[in-house]
Write a protein that binds this ligand. Structure first.
Ligand code: FNR
Length: 373
């Protein structure tokens, strides 16, 4: 067994990892058009980042056309998309890696130009996020006021998530990560700033958590809880999120997730602002991993502002079982190997994060030659 805590095996639900360096979900806006279909270039990108016994989580993936909120983002609801993803999962499995599909519905973080029939985006309540968003043609416009979902529509959204989980398995994924973070639909339901509903899905913490938990239950029933992970961003402010509950909301949600025996919980540390590369880590931000690790018995993944040394320390201290890296995985396709041998990391180029082709996507260098253990 390795002396390095990052290179010890870890059971994550139905899969057994051989190391603890996870690729975080990263939207890159490079699906083939029309149809938001994953294609060969995406398979090459994920294949480059796969490693034996390592876990990759895909970019957020639309569960339906209504779930769509950014141009060029892939889906998992048509047969062409499922087939496109098959090339991605094959490329990762060929290297002995594992891959989960992050499934999302953006809720109010969309624009009518990207919605079926030009309709308004949907949300728990008719409250727009503050600030601007993009249209289908990349224009910057203020957020529109979304349409509040009717209670009867929520059962369909739950079913759409569950069907996406089934589709992901058909595409060869090892499991799904339900996107409950970063101000998208499920997070919008969780938080008081965006949820003013008066039905069973609004008001109390239990009611606001209901949609997320119903989604988890429905997906678990279809594909097995040991193939379902959940991502949360406790206290996160991205996409104009805020709430009045302090820790109570997160404690309730995480305790409920624990009861369900899911494969993993993935939390984003609020200290890191991934929209900036110059903002320092916020030293005053609460530490999500330290706060919630004890409430969850499955695999616990922490993300946000980690470097190899801080990741190693977090796992050694038992704050988390595995660490997800976002930006460092963009610019270091062989990140686990670099961490293992202590090689220098390549810096990322933010200008090529979203959209485009190979540049800044599949052309980052790997170490010149594999270094033997
Ligand atoms: C992200 N992040 C993100 N999170 C998520 O849950 N789904 C997604 O699709 C994306 N997309 C995305 C794109 C890009 C370009 C960046 C930089 C970030 C957040 C990401 O998973 C991670 O939590 C943050 O980047 C913080 O980790 P690092 O980058 O500090 O390791």
């Amino acid at each position: 067994m390795s002396n390095d805590p990052l290179f010890r095996p870890l059971k994550v639900g139905a899969v057994e990892l051989s190391h603890r360096i996870v690729m975080a979900p990263l939207t890159r806006m490079r699906a083939a058009q029309p149809g938001d279909i994953p294609h060969e270039l995406n398979a090459e990108y994920y294949g480059q980042r796969a490693s034996k016994g390592g876990l990759l989580i895909t970019e957020a993936t639309d569960i339906t056309a209504q779930a769509h909120g950014y141009p060029l983002v892939p889906g998992i609801y048509t047969s062409a998309q499922i087939q496109g993803w098959r090339a991605v999962t094959d490329a990762v499995h060929a290297k002995g890696g594992f891959i989960f599909n992050q499934i999302w519905h953006v809720g109010r973080i969309s624009h009518s130009s990207m919605q079926p029939d030009g309709e308004l985006p949907v949300a728990p309540s008719a409250i727009p996020a503050s600030g601007n968003h993009m249209t289908a043609s990349f224009e910057t416009v203020p957020f529109e006021t979304p349409r509040a979902l009717e209670t009867f529509e929520l059962a369909d959204i739950v079913a759409d998530f569950a069907q996406a989980a089934v589709n992901a398995c058909e595409a060869g994924f090892d499991g799904v990560e339900i996107h409950g973070a970063n101000g998208y639909l499920l997070d919008q339901f969780l938080r008081t700033g965006s949820n003013k509903r008066t039905d069973r899905y609004g008001g109390s913490i239990e009611n606001r958590a209901r949609l997320l938990l119903e989604v988890v239950d429905a997906a678990s029933k279809r594909i097995g809880a040991d193939r379902v992970g959940v991502r949360l961003s406790p206290w996160g402010g991205f996409n104009d999120m805020h709430d009045d509950d302090g820790s109570l909301l997160w404690e309730y949600v995480i305790t409920e997730l624990d009861k369900r025996g899911i494969a993993y919980l993935h939390v984003i540390e609020p200290r890191a602002d991934f929209t900036s590369d110059t903002a320092p880590l916020d030293a005053d931000a609460p530490d999500a991993a330290s706060s919630f690790r004890a409430l969850f018995r499955g695999a616990f993944i922490s993300a946000g502002g980690y470097l190899p040394d801080t990741a190693r320390a977090a796992v050694a201290e038992g704050k988390a079982d595995a660490i997800a890296f976002g930006r460092p995985f963009i610019s270091n396709p062989d990140l686990p190997e670099r961490v293992r041998v202590g090689a220098k990391l390549t810096a990322h180029d933010r200008s090529t994060f979203y959209g485009g082709g190979r540049e800044g996507y599949t052309d980052y260098p790997t170490l010149p030659q594999p270094v033997e253990a």
